[in-house]
Design a binder for this molecule. Structure first.
Ligand code: CU
Length: 124
């Protein structure tokens, strides 16, 4: 019985050590060049100008790998390097271009400078 307990204890130790090693490995990977993809809801997108405004704003941001703005779905799908940029900064980048991004509200000054066709109240 004593011998059985010892071997269970030994197995437990082995599992613990194994887990620790796995965690170290995955942490190392994410600080390297891992690319993450996120889809940001931009309800205000309504024309091609909106698409190009948002695409330009994101593409010129450090840490952004690729941008795909969808006019019909009103979303911006962004591939980014989590080591350089995070989701809230991406949302803020879109907000600074004059558009609501997820729950982040647009910058009103930037919004006022948008073309009339891009404003949600139409301006007509
Ligand atoms: Cu527009």
């Amino acid at each position: 019985m004593k011998r059985f307990m010892l071997s269970v204890l030994g197995l437990g130790m082995f599992v613990l050590v194994g887990c620790g090693q796995n965690q170290d490995q995955s942490a190392g990977e994410s600080t390297a060049s891992t690319v993450e993809t996120t889809t940001i809801k931009v309800e205000m997108i309504q024309c091609g100008m909106c698409v190009s405004n948002i695409t330009k704003a994101l593409e010129t941001t450090d840490g952004v790998q690729s941008v795909n703005v969808n006019l019909e779905q009103k979303t911006a799908t962004v591939q980014f390097l989590p080591a350089k940029i995070n989701l809230s900064t991406l949302e803020q980048t879109i907000a600074n271009a004059g558009y609501d991004a997820n729950k982040t509200k647009r910058n009103m000054e930037a919004y006022e400078k948008l073309d009339e066709c891009c404003k949600i109240d139409g301006g007509h």
